[in-house]
Write a protein that binds this ligand. Structure first.
Ligand SMILES: Nc1ncnc2c1ncn2[C@@H]1O[C@H](COP(=O)(O)OP(=O)(O)OP(=O)(O)O)[C@@H](O)[C@H]1O
Ligand SMILES: [Mg+2]
Length: 396
């Protein structure tokens, strides 16, 4: 229920030809904290309404007035504004205007002498739909602004997450490339050394064949490593593509993609990865996004192992089919998440690695990807002295 406060600061156009009545009622209306604009007859009322520039919220009018009567005035006002609430005051109960008042969409009529409580009630009832509508419009506007702000925030986060991921990518490429680059270096050094030190007797057929075979082997080795470097770049490029193409696939594919990208890094830090893949069903996924989620989780485990300087570091990934879905568990044995933190790890910007430039959006983005973009579920639990991230995706 709306209270009397809604009348506060609203503007009423009040048309009444009897000055004494008009003065008395105006005083009362002022007591209700309404602004009142008075007109002596219908003609003046109409002219005030036309020049009011929509500032009038409600019309209160007598019927019998010189020049233009109340109903004629309202008829003309209705041509301009179909909705403005109108209350009629009348000296006696007339039935002739009742039909017309229905046509003119009159909110109420008040008998003279005017009972101010009834007038107040009718004013409130008349204005209520308009105020409610305006409040709704206002709320809607605010909601729209909120939605827009959220969308913008989301975009900024996606960009931040991509930047963070690009930083990751560079460090992972560096890892992946270190070994093949070192091997290329060694092969080319050996070639140069053998060539310059005259190790091959080029005067004999055997010597020439030996040199050809040595060179061919080394060049094959170099070619192999160059292919390896190229493959790494292709893997990363595919992964960082922004297009969202959904395909039906077994979960093994995005899992293997993510391992391809991060496994060298894990191996270099003595982290053992055990894959126990049992799921046979297909799921409909955007591969890049799901790969991203696995990398986020695996990288978090790696971060923790490094932070704790853990021996015997192990990550166990298992997949299984449920009734209408596929479940993936990623467990690491690097210790549990503190109780006071566990409820917040999916929140944006929550990170316990601030001094190491942790952005705290890895898991937030992962949740968006799984729950918003794939209609799945992701959750975490402390178990067996470690942490297990579980993901459930609908099967097709
Ligand atoms: N496997 C895990 N074991 C323990 N704590 C974890 C694990 N995974 C995540 N966390 C906690 O969740 C927090 C949020 O992780 P999230 O990936 O969102 O951000 P971050 O890793 O801190 O930052 P960034 O991903 O940018 O490096 C981490 O700071 C960490 O405290
Ligand atoms: Mg992280």
């Amino acid at each position: 229920m709306i209270d009397k406060q809604i009348l506060k600061d609203l503007t009423v156009l009040y048309a009444e030809d009897e000055e004494a009545i008009q003065n008395g009622i105006t005083e009362t209306l002022n007591l209700f904290e309404l602004n009142v604009i008075c007109a002596k007859n219908g003609e003046e009322g109409l002219s005030i309404f036309k020049s009011s520039n929509k500032k009038i919220d409600l019309i209160l009018t007598d019927i019998k007035m010189p020049k233009l009567d109340g109903l004629e005035m309202i008829k003309k006002i209705r041509e301009i504004d179909k909705d403005i609430p109108v209350i009629i005051t009348t000296a006696h109960q007339e039935t002739t205007f009742l039909m017309q008042s229905i046509e003119l969409n009159i909110s109420a009529y008040v008998l003279k002498p005017i009972d101010i409580y009834k007038l107040q009630d009718n004013l409130i009832k008349a204005i209520e739909p308009k105020v409610l509508k305006e409040q709704l419009i206002e709320k809607n506007k605010k909601l729209q602004i909120e939605i827009q702000k959220n969308e913008e925030k989301q975009k900024v986060m996606e960009i931040q997450s991509r930047f963070a991921a690009m930083g990751e990518m560079i460090s992972m490429i560096a890892h992946q490339w270190r070994q093949p680059l070192a091997s290329i270096g060694t092969a080319s050094f050996n070639l140069k050394y053998k060539l310059l030190s005259g190790k091959f007797d080029l005067t004999t057929k055997e010597g020439r064949e030996e040199q050809t075979s040595f060179f061919t082997n080394k060049l094959d080795e170099i070619e192999f490593y160059v292919q390896n470097l190229t493959a790494t770049i292709d893997d990363f490029r595919d992964f960082y593509k922004t297009d969202k193409i959904f395909i039906d696939t077994n979960i093994e594919k995005p899992l293997q993609n993510s391992l391809k990208i991060i496994q060298k890094d894990l191996q270099a830090n003595n982290i053992e990865v055990i894959l126990n893949h049992k799921s046979k069903k297909n799921i409909r996924v955007c591969e890049n996004e799901i790969t991203h989620v696995f990398i986020n989780i695996l990288k978090n485990a790696k971060d923790k192992f490094l932070e704790k300087n853990a021996n015997d570091a192990k990550i166990e990934i298992s997949t299984q089919d449920l009734d209408n879905s596929v479940k993936i568990d990623i467990y690491d044995n690097g210790g549990e998440i503190e109780k006071e933190n566990i409820d917040f790890i999916f929140e944006p910007y929550f990170s316990t690695k601030k001094e190491k430039n942790g952005t705290g959006i890895g898991l937030y983005m992962s949740k968006i990807i799984i729950e918003n973009n794939h209609n799945g579920k992701i959750y975490v639990s402390n178990t067996k002295g470690g942490v297990c991230f579980s993901i459930i995706l609908e099967s097709v």
